[in-house]
Design a protein around this ligand. Sequence first.
Ligand code: ATP
Ligand code: MG
Length: 330
Amino acid sequence: KPRSLSGMQPTSDSLHLGNYIGALVEMVKLQETHDAFYFIADLHALTVAPEPEVLRERTRVTAAQFIAGGVDPARSVLFVQSHVHQHTELTWVLSTLTGFGEAGRMTQFKDKTAKGHSANVGLFTYPILMASDILIYDSDVVPVGEDQRQHLELSRDLAARFNQRFGDTLVVPEPHIMKETAKIQDLQEPTAKMSKSAATDAGLINLLEDPKRIAKKIRSAVTDTEREIRFDVENKPGVSNLLSIHSALSGVPVSALETAYEGKGYGDLKKDVADVVVAAITPFRERTLSLMADPAELDRILADGAARAAEVAEATVRRVYDRVGLLPRL
Ligand code: ATP
Ligand code: MG
């Protein structure tokens, strides 16, 4: 079976609608056809300096949300990144193959430092740790949102470069990004992606939020001064975003929605989007809360996942260490 791999950072008290539509839904689908490795990227989260107690809580809630969204820990390997120390070992080797200028071209670093995060070296080398996360499991496909395309390209380049220099060792992964709907935008600032670290709360839909507040946020979403409901990201980013959200959750293609809303107003669209979102989120929220009620069981699931992940990761690190000329540990 081919392998699928993906992770999310525990950088907020809840995942948001973009994480759900852009990644989690696909991660769950891929379990059917792939050997899936899914993890909580707690080491990545350290790059934005969380409070220790908050990070612990968020790591558990992110794991609970994976399961609530349909990741099945019996079938897929679900684990916490820091529990598999091999990730950081491979990162070092990959960092010695990454050009300084190459790392400097990664736009997420610029985006996050522009948002006020300190420009620490960890934030700069973030994409190399991510390449390690992917390459260490010989991942074939990586379901992520559009915002991660550039990082994935770096992972592919590093795998190819390693293979060229040291012989065939690493699998070059394929991105798996859903088209039209791959990127969910901030409701208040529809030219920026919805983000856990968003500037304002009003544009962000948290999956654990109260349904009434969600409906209110959608009603207040920024649109434009026209009246036509049409998918046009350039000129109508707000309306296009609402159509994307509707389509992703209802399964109705965007073109069919455009036809269905001919002659109707933005208010009608917003009301329907709110209904579709609340219907999708309500059972998800209930499952998450019930999983959070038993943290010991959650920790047990994660420990089991880490043990299974480490077996694969250790084999890769040994192979890589050997190829680059490090003496074997006897
Ligand atoms: P942060 O702001 O802390 O970086 P984030 O919201 O970007 O948080 P991540 O944990 O970095 O979330 O990303 C988890 C997954 O969600 C990735 O696959 C990413 O591509 C996807 N994702 C994040 N934001 C969006 C979005 N707005 N639309 C679609 N997918 C998204
Ligand atoms: Mg992100």
